[in-house]
Design a protein. Structure first.
Length: 275
């Protein structure tokens, strides 16, 4: 018979995870649909009662987003302008029922190539905090997600928070998504970006990322480097800036279409950020 654990303390959750193999759920908005038509006999570790994992607050040089923070809580939080892109992505995560339940950390751990939260968090230079009974590890988000539905979480580890540098809080950020319709749809392509500008309006830092065009969302380092030191403009975007991406052909779009759409969305994103 399957077991169900719902601890109220993080230490108890880590102890249970160290003792046996458990399926970890947060909002469970991905877990339960996956069980339709099958027999669910997993031993469950439910993190939803651990209040220490909920909320967004300053944490040293970072903003700390607790692993159990929902998309709705993110949208309602009073945060600096650098979070505008992440909030825009939050509004695209399912409907209101999903936004009220699904967690930001769950979106990362699910590791879908089309996860809406990953590109804006990449553009925020986010790190993830991984905890087990032996201690805490900080890891760049870009290193945490390894591939389609694959992360570097080790046995006994939990993702407990996401850290965003406070040094970016004056950055302009945005998020754009292309789907078959406006809402409640899996991305064909999505782009996110953050620009830091000096007093003369020149770019001091450009963080741009593309999702659903590779197994893992990717930054655009060549374009970022080209933008740095000049006034932001969409006219610099060229196909070669996307050459390192590896989109697939599927029922939502061809690889060629995705690359073209990624360039178009990036131009629109830069027009928005430079406006």
């Amino acid at each position: 018979m399957a077991s169900y654990y719902r601890p109220t303390e993080l230490s108890h959750a880590l102890a249970a995870l160290a003792e046996q193999e458990l399926t970890v759920i947060a909002g469970a908005t991905d877990y339960f649909p996956a069980q339709v038509g099958g027999k669910s006999d997993h031993d469950i570790l439910d993190l939803s009662a651990i209040e220490a994992l909920i909320g967004i607050k300053p944490y040293g040089p970072y903003w700390r987003i607790g692993a159990m923070t929902t998309w709705r809580q993110l949208m309602d939080a009073d945060l600096p302008r650098c979070f505008d892109g992440l909030k825009a992505a939050a509004r695209q995560v399912g409907g209101q029922q999903i936004q009220n339940t699904a967690t930001i950390a769950g979106n990362l751990c699910n590791a879908s190539p089309a996860a809406d939260g990953v590109p804006p968090l990449l553009s925020l230079d986010a790190q993830v905090e991984l905890r087990d009974q032996s201690g805490t590890t900080l890891l760049p988000l870009a290193d945490f997600i390894r591939g389609n539905r694959s992360t570097c979480l080790a046995q006994g580890q939990l993702l407990t928070s996401i850290l965003v540098p406070q040094s970016l809080q004056q950055g302009r950020s945005a998020f754009l998504k292309l789907g078959a319709r406006s809402y409640l749809v899996i991305s064909i392509v999505m782009v996110a970006g953050l620009l830091m500008l000096d007093e003369e309006g020149r770019v001091t830092q450009a963080n741009l990322s593309v999702g659903a065009c590779s197994e893992v969302a990717q930054r655009l380092p060549a374009l970022e480097a080209e933008l740095t030191g000049q006034r932001p403009t969409h006219e610099v975007v060229r196909p070669e800036h996307f050459a390192h991406l590896s989109p697939l052909d599927d029922h939502r779009g061809t690889a060629v279409y995705r690359l073209d759409a990624a360039a178009t969305l990036t131009r629109r994103l830069l027009r928005e950020l430079s406006g």
